[in-house]
Design a protein. Structure first.
Length: 145
């Protein structure tokens, strides 16, 4: 019976230490380095998706919509990771709330990207729909006066 009580006590202690440790404030220098690293990775991912989007420019409207969506998601994911790293500068409930806000911002950006993509796809599939890229305006002629 003593060993089972010891195991329960160890489990409770582990849970308590684990729960309090996940919102521990990090040193400012470490946060700055983590934020910089996350920002660099985010920029690389967005640039990669933008390069793919350029390749999709000559594709179908659906291809362009997907490519634009991928860019928006890469940006949203990068913003989320940078924000989460910045939240590490806070402690306790402030850090927890900060991370929840970062997650909520990501969810909102993702929903917006999905809505934009779906609207673009829907309009490209309508009969007689306007082209996704409007034609260039006709050159203007100088008027004599």
């Amino acid at each position: 019976m003593t060993s089972s009580k010891l195991m329960v006590a160890a489990a409770v202690l582990g849970f308590v230490l684990g729960a309090t440790g996940c919102n521990k404030q990090e040193p400012a220098k470490e946060v700055r380095e983590d934020v910089a690293s996350a920002q660099q990775k985010a920029n690389e991912n967005v640039a990669e998706q933008q390069a793919d989007a350029v390749k999709a420019e000559n594709g179908t409207a659906d291809d362009r919509a997907e490519a634009d969506y991928d860019v928006a998601i890469a940006k949203a994911e990068g913003d989320r990771k940078v924000a989460q790293e910045a939240c590490e500068a806070l402690g306790g409930d402030a850090q927890s709330n900060c991370k929840k806000q970062a997650e909520q911002n990501y969810d909102n950006a993702k929903s917006q990207a999905e809505a934009t993509r779906d609207a673009a796809k829907a309009s490209s599939n309508e009969p007689g729909a306007a082209p996704a890229v409007p034609p260039a305006p006709a050159p203007s002629t100088p008027s004599g006066g």
